[in-house]
Each structure stands twice: as C-alpha cells, then as structure tokens.
Write a protein that binds this ligand. Structure first.
Ligand SMILES: [Zn+2]
Ligand SMILES: [Zn+2]
Length: 262
C-alpha cells in the first residue's frame, strides 16, 4: 500500500521544527512510502516566512534519498508558494532556477491580512470574505504554475471561530470556479489533515467540495498533514481517507508516479 504526505515543513522553514532527516525517519516509522518536503517561499514584504537557502535544502534532500531510499521511502523535493499569482515574475524565476518535484500553491494573504488572523473578518460578512478568498484562489489556479492547492479550507478556521461553520450551499458559487480552473489545469486538491478533528469543524463542507471537484473532472485529491514537527506527520489521515470515500474517491492521488527521480 502507498502511503503519502506531500506537504511537510522542515527546519528550512522558519516555523519548521525538525530536519529533513528527522522527518524521513518518522515517515518511515509511520509506514509512509512517499513524501515531499515542502518549505515556505514567501515574497510578501514583511512576511514572517522567508526564503529558504535552496542550495542547503537540495543538499539535505540528496542525503535523505541516499539514506532512506534503500529503506523504501521516496523523498520528493518541493516548495510551498505563498500567493504566487501575486508575485508572478518572482515565482517564474524560482521555478526556472530550481527543479522541484512538487510545487504547492497556497493563499496565505488576503487584502493584506494573513488568513490565520481572525481580524480579516473585522466588520465584514463572513461570506464576503470567503468569496474574496476563493476569487484569489481561482486566479492562482488559472494563472500560476504549480501542482497542488494546499489547505483550500484554511480560511474557515478563523471564520468558524467567529461565525460558526460555513454552509456549503452558500460557498458553492465561489468555490466551483476554483475547482473548474484546477480541473482544467490538472491541479491536484489537498485535503489538509490539520483541522479534520477540529471543533467546530466543517467536514461536511469538505465532502461537498470534493464532490464538486469530481463533477468538474477532478485531477485527484491527496491527504497531507502540513506538519511543522515530526509528531504531526500523517495526522488525521484515517479521517481523511473516510472523507475521501464519502466524496466518492477510491484512494488518494499519487504524485511520485509523475516525476522521475535521479
Ligand atoms: Zn500554507
Ligand atoms: Zn504548509
């Protein structure tokens, strides 16, 4: 059985707690067969997440492949781009200079606010915030160059704490264009494990969104942890597998088959 996690942060991200080697060791202990180490790349002025030293990053990845490949772990290189459609020249230059196996596109910033900050809802109807967030994500899915959309539901964390869980039928007009652009461009959708056991949760919304993605002609769904420390690798994966099945997906997509390792 293939067990994967394509969204993991190492000490090459300022908020990552473990080295690539520590991550690989833990992934193997959990029975993972294929992972990507995807550190933050941000261009927004003043962003807390900076820009990795990719020479050191790729040297670490090569050492991990030598050490953990023979034990059965495929280690893919990767990067998580924050709002790449708003920094198109910079994103293009990075992807031209470096060859990543997995490129993640994330909306981390909306109208100048970090989306983890509940103040982005100040004085606004929550559905107006969600609509703006998904409009930005649709633009990213159309215009930027990347493989998978991370944590498309992350805005609901701050929104739900203030306004209760989002209602799928009110999100549908804003979310369907994102999924159609993704299907059209072959972008994979991430089901992020972080909030799958959160209270208040929005798992019914996740199932609805994955169903709309299927209707759009989906390019596949993966279950990722977005781990920033080794104890978070593979978190809530079984919950994710159940939600995927509920949405009609037989199994998570596999990215490693799309790349050729040296
Ligand atoms: Zn992120
Ligand atoms: Zn991340």
């Amino acid at each position: 059985m293939i067990r994967t996690d394509y969204h993991i942060h190492s000490t090459h991200s300022p908020d990552g707690h473990n080295t690539p080697a520590e991550i690989c060791r833990q992934a193997l202990a959990q029975g993972m067969t294929e992972i990507a180490i995807t550190d933050h790349m941000e261009w927004k002025p003043g962003a807390r997440h900076m820009q990795p030293d990719f020479d050191r990053y790729f040297a670490d990845l090569a050492a991990c492949r030598d050490e953990f490949g023979p034990a059965g772990l495929t280690v893919l290189s990767g990067v998580e781009l924050g709002n790449p459609h708003e920094y198109a020249a910079e994103a293009d230059a990075l992807l031209a200079a470096r060859s990543f196996d997995v490129v993640i596109g994330s909306i981390h910033w909306l109208d100048g606010w970090n989306i983890h900050d509940a103040r982005c809802f100040d004085g606004r109807d929550p559905y107006a915030v969600y609509t703006a967030y998904f409009a930005s994500m649709a633009a990213m899915a159309r215009d930027a160059d990347f493989d998978l959309v991370a944590h498309f539901d992350r805005i609901f964390w701050a929104g739900s704490s203030r306004h209760g869980p989002p209602r799928p039928e009110r999100l549908e007009p804003a979310v369907r264009p994102v999924l159609e652009a993704m299907a059209d461009r072959g972008r994979v959708l991430e089901l992020n494990g972080r909030f799958l056991t959160h209270d208040p949760g929005w798992n019914d919304t996740l199932v609805a969104v994955m169903g709309w993605f299927r209707e759009a002609g989906d390019a596949g769904v993966v279950i990722n942890s977005d781990a920033h420390r080794v104890s978070e690798i593979g978190r809530n994966r079984e919950v994710g597998v159940a939600l995927l099945a509920e949405a009609g997906f037989e199994e998570p997509a596999r990215l490693g088959v799309l790349v050729t390792l040296p």
